[in-house]
Structure formats: structure tokens, C-alpha cells
Design a protein around this ligand. Structure first.
Ligand code: ZN
Length: 113
């Protein structure tokens, strides 16, 4: 198995997993969503922390991960990756709060009549 095939497979599995987590969070009944989130959210948070840790500013204020190459091509921290992750988490949290508000709609009950 070449590295490209392995990489594509890993990426596809990650995308499918994240899509499944999102679908259960948005469409699942409250009990299923809670159980599923307790099982899967800690792993997602751990992955984000790994990414954030890799992209911390060094002693000169540059991203320690994005600084490969000559010194004049180093990237100031926070780098684009960290900004993108922060934006995605903020937007997702804002959307979740809006969807969970009583004015919007309620989570479906697990005990439907
Ligand atoms: Zn970076």
C-alpha cells in the first residue's frame, strides 16, 4: 500500500467519522446524541489540542509548525491553521447554541409518543 493510498484511506475514514458525529449531533434524538457525543467528542477535542499544540508560537512569535523554510518565510502566530480551527469551533458553537434555543427548536425526546 502506497503512502498516497494510505493517506487517502485515513482521510476518507476521518471525513466519514466527522460526518457521522455531526449527523448524530444535529439529527439524533437526545439520548442517542448524548451517548454518542460522550463517546466521540473527547477524541475530537484531543485531536484539536494536538493541532493547537503543534501550532503554538515560538520564542520569536512565529508558528512553530508553519515555520519550515528560510527565516524570512516564517509565519507569524497565530497561523492560518490555528485561526481556521478557532473560527470553525466558534461558528459550530454559535450554531449549536442557536439550534438549541427554545425559540429555534427542541431536541427530539427519546421517548416519542
Ligand atoms: Zn501553524
Amino acid at each position: 500500500m502506497s503512502n498516497q493510498v494510505l493517506s487517502a484511506g485515513l482521510r476518507r475514514n476521518l471525513d466519514e467519522h466527522l460526518d457521522r458525529v455531526t449527523q448524530v449531533a444535529v439529527e439524533g434524538d437526545a439520548g442517542t446524541a448524548l451517548t454518542f457525543m460522550r463517546q466521540h467528542v473527547p477524541g475530537i477535542v484531543a485531536a484539536l489540542k494536538v493541532l493547537a499544540d503543534e501550532h503554538q508560537a515560538d520564542e520569536n512569535g512565529h508558528c512553530s509548525k508553519c515555520r519550515s523554510g528560510p527565516f524570512w518565510r516564517r509565519v507569524a502566530a497565530p497561523c492560518r491553521m490555528l485561526l481556521d480551527v478557532h473560527l470553525a469551533v466558534t461558528v459550530a458553537a454559535t450554531t449549536a447554541r442557536a439550534c438549541a434555543s427554545p425559540q429555534s427548536h427542541r431536541l427530539r425526546s427519546t421517548s416519542s409518543a
